[in-house]
Design a protein around this ligand. Structure first.
Ligand code: NAP
Length: 338
């Protein structure tokens, strides 16, 4: 039985990956932040099948202790300050968690590997945000990086350190998945796709006490409108459940490598609004107002990934279309917010 340790297990990807690994017969442990409520987020339903270690990616000792005790065969480092917009407000903390955090994981894994004399495989969650303002369209593993926010810069630091440890005499097995945006009903509400699908549900169901947006204000104004930032930003959006499959396949290869995981299709925020509102028969233009404070100081994109290498080497391809993805998220939120 293979043993996998997942950081960020309570998040969107962590929970889908946990379900996948348990189905494949893995023993799974989660590295989770200590908090007063003890919330297990998206893996609450799996709590009896998992082992947990408490700690944080800014706490070297907690990482070391978890690794030394669990002795994983595979480590999936998904934990992160994962919202690019927030990283403008917290660049130093974001860097500690997203840049130094992975390095702490790599170093602890290297020490464990030496003490056990066995190879430990690591998956590092890299991101299309590292391309920032891309120098070419579509982007692949050889496109140069030019991140446009502290989140992307911090992830790039980790991405480069992974390559150094892989290609240097340490000879570590570290795969980096350069994943483009991927969404699901488990996406946090601080991300634009989920914010839109929750807002649509609150409008349709006339929810009186809607959840709060990233400004700490109700996600829907009193006249049933949603506040948005840059409507022209363009992203490549796929379905998270399919993207975690690519992570696991990468880790079964004989050699570690980097892979772009994407749909190859680009849509604007306007397209997202159109897809979500038309799914329930509404016109998005009747329900959207723009707020300059929700516009990023420096925009990323247009993002469009070329996942040919993943298709050829891993046999991985996306299946869910943009319209299907938005539809399934709206349907899920219509049931949740009623
Ligand atoms: P998510 O839902 O926001 O989950 C982030 C996870 O990181 C949560 O479990 C969170 O734990 C954990 N975390 C945050 N700070 C931590 C710390 N100091 N120590 C340990 N854990 C910490 O993000 P996601 O969408 O699943 O993304 C997973 C990974 O893929 C992230 O590294 C993200 O940057 C990367 N990525 C995501 C996308 C995407 O479109 N989803 C694209 C490219 C790359 P709490 O429950 O305690 O908050």
């Amino acid at each position: 039985m293979k043993k996998a340790l997942i950081t960020g297990i309570t998040g969107q990807d962590g929970s889908f990956l946990t379900e996948l690994l348990l189905k494949k017969g893995y023993e799974v442990a989660g590295f989770i932040r200590s908090n007063s409520t003890g919330s297990l987020g998206n893996v609450t339903h799996l709590r009896d099948e998992l082992q947990f270690y408490r700690g944080s990616l800014d706490d070297e000792r907690s990482i070391e202790e978890a690794l030394m005790d669990f002795k994983p065969d595979e480590i999936y480092n998904l934990g992160a300050e994962a919202a690019p917009f927030d990283s403008f407000r917290r660049p130093v903390y974001t860097s500690d968690i997203n840049a130094l955090g992975p390095l702490r994981v790599f170093e602890a894994a290297h020490r464990l590997q030496k003490s056990l004399d066995k190879k430990i495989k690591i998956y590092q969650a890299s991101t299309s945000e590292m391309f920032g303002a891309p120098t070419e369209i579509p982007q692949n593993e050889n496109t140069s990086f030019k991140p446009n926010n502290p989140y992307g810069v911090a992830k790039l630091f980790a991405h480069y350190n992974a390559r150094i440890l892989r290609e240097g005499t340490q000879n570590m097995f570290i795969c980096c998945g350069i994943l483009f945006n991927h969404e699901s009903p488990r996406r946090g509400m601080q991300y634009v796709t989920r914010k839109v699908t929750v807002a649509v549900a609150c409008i349709v169901n006339k929810v009186k006490d809607p959840p709060l947006n990233e400004l700490g204000e109700p996600i829907i104004t009193s006249d049933w409108k949603i506040q948005m930032g840059n409507l022209d930003a363009k992203r490549d959006w796929g379905y998270a459940k399919e993207y975690v499959e690519a992570m696991q396949i990468m880790m079964q290869q004989d050699k570690p490598d980097d892979f772009v995981i994407a749909t190859g299709e680009t849509h604007s925020i306007k397209d997202l609004l159109e897809a979500a509102f038309s799914h329930v028969g509404l016109n998005w233009e009747d329900h959207v107002i723009t707020n300059p404070s929700l516009v990023r100081p420096l925009e990323t994109g247009p993002l469009c990934g070329n996942a040919e290498k993943a298709k050829k080497v891993l046999g991985w391809e996306p299946k869910t279309s943009f319209k299907q993805l938005v539809g399934l998220m709206v349907d899920s939120d219509l049931a949740k917010f009623s």
